[in-house]
Design a protein around this ligand. Structure first.
Ligand SMILES: Nc1ncnc2c1ncn2[C@@H]1O[C@H](COP(=O)(O)OP(=O)(O)OP(=O)(O)O)[C@@H](O)[C@H]1O
Ligand SMILES: [Mg+2]
Length: 500
């Protein structure tokens, strides 16, 4: 059978970057095709070419159902049956579910008015086909991220898409939402829709794929049915190293000295929407890596925001034995705290600024003599992190906006680590990061701990928490439901404490 889409010799050059180099790829109807590869390998760029967002360099060929095709723009791509669901969701929060599904192509009734009835009916039909219980008249802003993603899928289906591209769709989903999505994807494929699925999560790749292709430095280095793929081969193809070499052994550097002590931390205003954090008390030792685990919504980020002064709270915080009052992030920073936030786009980075400017934003004075910034010193310090974390960028002057998602995340980590905080909080540090970089981030956190920095790691990735933590605190519905030492921390025990 003629494949739905074939690409031959597709290249894409940006100033200073060859993002894709003569890529070949064949996508078939009814097949889930996973595209794997390191941060910056070219995955998103390839998807943008398929959806008409970017035009490939001259020389390559795209064939759709056997016919040579130039995909002119996103509207044209949609007409050809190609839809994309971005990691950064494209739904409009203050419109209803039905209005989002029909966005920009609303049906008009006989009197020239919006045919709301038809929109609601058709949306309900698509949603019930997907077997999801979402009310078409609900405002999208009230839905969870997982549900919003399902609305995007409903939209893609109602376009009668033949190929649906999902770029890291599970990155911000809870475990439960991710498994719903995976079931949905399998179902769409069984109905003959082709799916392109980008993911950095090995478990997920093996669960969902019919076929895996690997991109490295803009080239296709492998493509095979999942039955012929193993974890070892996949990792080797992606990062050119063995899985077993990637993650080193764990050594604890925790001392007896308590550096941070939190007592009876809780929500200040009652009746606030969301989780109610209450009565959270724990100690953090010098050089310790303390893992914070919990299901999405358990209140982990809220606790960290309270400690960092960006969320009102009651309770006490002591640093180095002294009671401190932190009511905003600058005070937290002055007390030696650092916070790598979970949401890099909103809080972590200024996308229009360069790698260097983002990097030194938090500690520019380190490179100043008598108020004059030494650009060479600043650039050299930035280069050191670019090298040690393997940040893929043509230079430190590149705008962060032009880096791949995972490389942006590395810039956020670099900028906080460079300040040399005494206590570093990292919230979902490896989300969207490839397995090689993940190992580098773990090694970096270990090195910081060895230097006496105390670290709190918040993560939904249970294997990550177990691999990196000296001790694990589990939160459930805003309260501590378990404190488990490394020696006793098994997947089962931690999960049990999280779910109760
Ligand atoms: N608009 C742009 N201008 C300049 N360079 C770009 C632009 N878009 C992407 N790049 C570069 O092209 C390369 C491929 O980026 P791409 O976003 O496709 O990677 P990716 O495989 O999706 O990575 P990730 O896993 O981190 O999302 C990177 O080196 C990136 O910095
Ligand atoms: Mg990407």
């Amino acid at each position: 059978m003629t494949p739905f889409l074939e690409m031959h010799g597709i290249s894409k050059t940006f100033p200073g970057v060859k993002a894709l180099n003569r890529v070949d790829l064949t996508l078939r109807a009814g097949e889930v095709h996973v595209i794997a590869g390191e941060n910056g390998a070219g995955k998103s760029t390839l998807m943008k070419i398929m959806t008409g967002v970017l035009r490939a360099d001259p020389g390559g060929v795209i064939r759709i159902e056997g016919k040579d095709t130039v995909i002119k723009d996103p509207v044209h791509a949609r007409a050809l049956g190609i839809s994309i669901i971005y990691q950064e969701l494209a739904v409009v929060n203050n419109l209803t579910v039905a209005e989002n599904v029909f966005l920009a192509r609303e049906p008009i009734g006989p009197l020239g008015l919006l045919d709301k009835r038809r929109m609601a009916d058709e949306t309900r039909a698509v949603l019930s086909e997907l077997e999801v219980a979402i009310d078409p008249s609900a405002k999208v802003g009230q839905l969870s991220i997982g549900q919003r993603q399902l609305v995007e899928i409903a939209r893609a289906i109602s376009y009668r898409s033949k190929l649906i591209i999902m770029d890291e769709p599970t990155a911000s989903l809870s475990h439960h939402e991710a498994s719903t999505l995976i079931r949905m994807v399998r179902k769409l494929a069984s109905q003959g829709i082709g799916i392109v699925f980008i993911s950095h999560k090995l478990d997920e790749i093996f669960e969902i794929a019919d076929r895996v292709s690997v991109l490295r430095d803009g080239e296709t280095v492998d493509s095979r049915p999942i039955a012929e793929m193993t974890r070892d081969i996949l990792v080797r193809k992606m990062v050119d190293r063995d899985l077993s070499q990637l993650f080193g052994e764990h050594h604890s550097h925790a001392t007896d000295e308590v550096l941070l002590s939190v007592r009876a931390l809780g929500e200040k205003h009652h009746g606030q929407i969301g989780v109610k954090v209450s009565d959270v008390s724990f100690d953090l030792h010098r050089g310790e890596i303390l893992g914070f685990f919990g299901l999405v919504g358990a209140g982990r980020t809220e606790v960290m925001e309270m400690i960092f002064g960006s969320r009102p709270h009651v309770g006490e915080v002591h640093i180095g034995g002294q009671k401190v009052k932190i009511s905003n992030p600058s005070e937290a920073i002055a007390h030696g705290l650092g916070f790598v936030t979970e949401d890099r786009k909103e809080l972590g980075l200024v996308l229009g600024m360069s790698v260097r400017e983002n990097f030194s934003l938090t500690h520019l004075s380190d490179y100043c003599t008598l108020d004059v910034v030494s650009r060479p010193r600043e650039t050299a310090a930035c280069m050191e992190f670019v090298r040690s974390l393997g940040i893929k960028t043509p230079s430190t002057e590149q705008k962060v906006l032009n880096l791949s998602g995972g490389n942006q995340q590395k810039v956020v980590i670099a900028k906080w680590v460079a300040r040399r905080p005494r206590i570093l909080i990292v919230d979902e540090p490896t989300r969207g990061i490839d397995i090689g970089a993940k190992a580098e981030v773990h090694a970096l956190l270990n090195k910081l701990a060895e230097e006496g920095i105390s670290i709190i790691v918040v993560s939904s990735d249970l294997p990550e928490i177990l691999a990196i933590s000296d001790r694990v605190i589990v939160l459930k519905e805003g309260r501590i439901s378990g404190q488990i030492d490394r020696a006793d921390a098994t997947q089962e025990r931690v999960m049990l404490a999280a779910t109760g």
